[in-house]
Design a protein around this ligand. Structure first.
Ligand code: SF4
Length: 622
């Protein structure tokens, strides 16, 4: 018997088409009819056994809402199908779960450590048997429960036959090719604002009823909770405030409309803190979880280790005593890095509007859209430059006495007036010896007007500088347009000589363009005596993620990196390359469309910049 059932789609996953199938199935089986497109959602709610369908939630661009819905439904014993990017898998999982009511994984089971019921695992479906596992893993700790509780998993080895058994009329027209041809994302939009409100209200009710008791942030099984909302703040160039720079899709407030004190205890902040006490995956923190999977730490693990905090009776409205500040004064920058966005680099602004042709083809709207709190018109009026207000800087100064760690990144902090204003404030108030400063900089210059940054830095004994560079030579310039390896190298060596006590290293961003040339770059770093490096992987833009490289290229690069590993004596290099290999090969589900998009991006840039990617990455065309 069917109980409650929810189907979620992720952006552009094709779930509209699944609803098309679902509609036909329901019409036949339950005799419900679509009378009016706008009423269709209500009809779903009326059908027997309380079938409930949720769809296109992501159209509202609120990952937090999406996360709420998942949790809400888990906690209310609803069955959930969570699938990704594969129509057939999605339909099969929906249909089988609905008909057999077997796919149930309940949060109360998780919390009470009761063995959940069986889970259906769609293996060996048409594309990407990893899709479901990967997605469920990120939401309900699938692998963790599998290992911990030895979950029974039902494998459906031949999904087509299984579907046919349940729904014989289902046939080829609904296969992927057909659906792609019919692709129309605007036609089916069943979700109504009222339904979202209903979910949000219920979710909040449930949250308020739950007890906030304790959490041990340092415990080994603290896989998901994070101290960030109690100790840290990220202020973006447009004034948006989030707990940290890596949290995705969550906004705690906006300094243009609220004071920092108001934002610190805004409803969004309270809610996020509450979520962080549950030790369950948070969709906004995917970046940290991924980073932990492929390296030995993330910002989450750093913050959890670094700052003392009570583990009991945590307050959802703590006093504003900021410990960790991540501030982006402006998006002003003198480089246009390929993996950045105009919201963080003014140099990319022109590209962004030039990118419209590319965007309309690939629908990567996020790349060119103006900041949330700014109209396209204003964005153009400011020529793509945004910065936080002086009012916010003044509020910040009040907080600096508590701050232990400031992270400056860009835009390019070394060309920003407000950056120097904060340094001067710290010096004038004798806070310079107490505070730890960390930088990501493109190191294009060490001078700002008549200020020599090295002279300022000499007054800060706790200083870590991780300049950003990923490749030397022409490839380096291609990835970071405006970058000049020789100039960068000279500036790096000047700092090394002038500030021998400073922790100086390198921040390496690993994209599909850089991964194959890491050995050459690491050899260059060895020559200048750089042995301290951090790496991060490009997750977005998605087409620059090394995981989208075709299998053939992955093999070539894996062999090349392994050859370097076998020869080098540097453990730091070995570790970095092992992580890069693991990350790149984490999925063998290479998406051909995404790779096409990579090449289109390069073509587009070549046209604009008169460059020639084919001479730099000839292996891409073989
Ligand atoms: S887990 Fe990571 S992304 Fe989430 S709040 Fe903490 S530091 Fe930020």
């Amino acid at each position: 018997m069917l109980n409650n059932f929810v189907i979620f789609g992720v952006p552009r996953c094709g779930s509209t088409h699944i609803l098309q199938l679902l509609e036909q199935y329901l019409v036949k089986k339950y005799n419900v009819h679509r009378e009016d497109e706008n009423e269709f959602f209500n009809i779903f709610k009326k059908i027997p056994n309380n079938l409930y369908i949720n769809h296109s939630i992501i159209k509202l661009h609120t990952w937090a809402t999406f996360n709420n819905l998942i949790e809400y439904n888990l906690l209310n014993n609803r069955s959930i199908a969570v699938t990704r990017e594969n129509n057939v898998e999605m339909f099969a999982s929906w249909l089988i779960a609905m008909e057999t009511n077997q796919w149930t994984l309940l949060a109360k089971d998780i919390h009470n450590k009761i063995l959940p019921k069986k889970i259906i695992h769609m293996s060996d479906t048409i594309e990407g048997k990893f899709n479901i596992i990967r997605y469920v893993h990120s939401i309900v700790r699938f692998n963790y429960f599998l290992n911990t509780y030895n979950l029974p998993v039902i494998r459906y080895e031949n999904t087509f036959d299984d579907i046919k058994k349940l729904y014989p009329d289902w046939e080829a027209p609904y296969r992927r090719e057909y659906l792609i041809k019919q692709n129309d994302h605007t036609r089916y939009d069943y979700i109504h604002k009222n339904d979202i409100d209903f979910f949000n209200e219920t979710y909040h009710r449930w949250k308020n009823e739950s007890n906030l008791d304790w959490i041990d942030f340092s415990a080994k099984d603290n896989l998901y909770s994070c101290k960030a909302p109690w100790v840290s703040m990220y202020i973006g160039p447009n004034g948006d405030v989030t707990p940290c720079c890596t949290s995705l899709g969550i906004k705690l407030g906006d300094t243009n409309n609220n004071t920092l004190a108001e934002i610190w205890n805004s409803n969004a902040s309270k809610k996020f803190r509450n979520e962080m006490t549950k030790n369950i995956p948070n969709i906004n923190c995917k970046f940290c979880y991924e980073q932990e999977k492929h390296s030995d730490g993330s910002l989450r693990t750093f913050l959890n280790k670094q700052y003392d905090m009570p583990t009991k009776n945590l307050s959802l409205t703590p006093q504003l005593e900021l410990k960790y500040l991540d501030i982006r004064f402006s998006n002003e920058c003198n480089q246009a890095c390929i993996m950045c966005t105009p919201k963080l680099s003014s140099k990319l602004y022109d590209d962004a509007f030039g990118f419209k042709e590319y965007i309309s083809k690939f629908q990567d709207q996020n790349y060119i859209s103006s900041p949330d709190n700014m109209s396209d018109e204003d964005w153009k009026k400011h020529k793509g430059i945004i910065s936080i207000s002086s009012k916010t800087i003044n509020e910040l100064k009040e907080l600096l006495k508590d701050v232990e760690h400031i992270y400056f990144a860009g835009g390019e902090p070394l060309i920003m007036k407000k950056h120097y204003e904060i340094l001067d404030f710290l010096i004038e108030n004798n806070l310079n010896e107490k505070v730890f400063l960390r930088y990501n900089t493109n190191l294009s210059t060490l001078k700002y007007k008549n200020i020599n940054i090295i002279e300022k830095w000499k007054l800060f004994p706790k200083l870590k500088i991780l300049p950003s560079a990923d490749l030397n030579g022409e490839r380096g310039t291609y990835q970071r347009w405006g970058f000049d390896w020789d100039k960068f190298k000279n500036n790096w060596l000047e700092i090394k000589n002038a500030l021998p006590q400073t922790k100086l290293g390198m921040q390496i961003t690993i994209s599909s363009l850089t991964i194959g040339y890491l050995p050459e770059f690491l050899s260059e770093l060895k020559k200048i005596g750089c042995n301290n490096m951090n790496s991060n992987f490009v997750h977005g833009p998605a087409d620059l993620n090394p995981q989208v490289l075709p299998i053939k290229l992955k093999k070539i690069y894996t062999n090349k990196l392994n050859r370097y590993i076998s020869k080098t004596s540097s453990d730091v290099h070995k570790k970095l390359l092992h992580e890069a290999i693991n990350f790149m090969n984490d999925t063998n589900n290479t998406d051909k469309k995404m790779w096409e998009r990579t090449l289109h991006r390069l073509d587009f840039l070549d046209k604009k910049r008169k460059t020639n990617w084919k001479s730099l990455w000839p292996e891409f065309i073989k």
